[in-house]
Design a protein around this ligand. Structure first.
Ligand code: PLP
Length: 233
């Protein structure tokens, strides 16, 4: 009888994260299938990403274009790649070529650059608008007050599809301390929906330390690195 292969640490971690995602969704009466797991693979090498792929993980998130390019070329079309880092406008063409969803659009000139790149590539680029809810100067993201205008502007660009909102809250140990930011993103979406510009089905929020809280507050995309791949070196 062939031995069952021993489950790798990454496969085990993925199973555990998926179980916790499902439990958090059920706790608030949500369908676990409505929450997509983005495995954040920044600094993780191709071998370990392959382990995650082999364990059924399809969506990967990367922060740096240069780093992502080599991995995406090495891994081929089996995975779907999301860009979650700060994006410079002069990298729009590369980002459009590589990524299915760009989570971090936070200013008009970046949206315009992505529009031109997507038009050239003959692609409709899916994006999220990144919001800086705490007004932290060190972080990317548009202030909430700028969102109605940014949404109006990006929604009418023909080669972009705004799928929702993303936030990266202040780094706090206690998930309950982060909850107001997750709730704030959901409430901001409600206010934006009242403007009747476009639907915003996706909320990208929650990381290793707080994804369950984010799911309770409505996250549809959780970005989890450490809990899957271990601590980054
Ligand atoms: C690194 C990173 C994550 C993942 O963080 P973990 O704590 O390792 O889960 C999520 N989102 C963004 C934007 C990141 O840069």
């Amino acid at each position: 009888m062939p031995l069952r292969p021993i489950m790798t640490q990454i496969a085990h971690n993925l199973e555990e994260v998926r179980r916790r995602i499902a439990a958090a969704a059920r706790k608030v009466g949500r369908d676990p299938a409505a929450v997509k797991l983005v495995a954040v693979s920044k600094t993780v090498d191709v071998t370990r990403i392959k382990e995650a792929l082999a364990a059924g993980q399809k969506i990967f998130g990367e922060n740096y274009l240069q780093e992502a390019r080599g991995k995406i070329e090495a891994l081929g079309p089996g995975a779907q790649w999301h860009f979650i880092g700060h994006l410079q406008s002069n990298k729009a063409k590369a980002a459009v070529a590589l990524f299915h969803l760009i989570h971090s659009v936070d200013r008009s000139n970046l949206a315009q650059a992505l529009e031109r790149a997507a038009a050239q590539a003959g692609k409709i680029q899916e994006i999220l608008l990144q919001v800086n809810l705490a007004g932290e100067e060190t972080k990317s993201g548009a202030p909430p007050a700028a969102m109605p205008d940014l949404l109006r502007e990006t929604a009418r660009l023909p080669h972009l599809r705004v799928a929702g909102l993303m936030t990266l809250p202040p780094w706090l140990d206690d998930p309950e301390a982060v909850r107001p930011y997750f709730r704030g993103l959901r409430e901001l979406r409600e206010r934006l929906l009242q403007l009747n510009i476009c639907p915003l089905p996706e909320l990208s929020m929650g990381m290793s330390g707080d994804f369950e809280t984010a799911i309770e507050e409505g996250a549809t995309l959780v970005r989890v690195g450490t809990a899957i791949f271990g601590r980054r070196g």
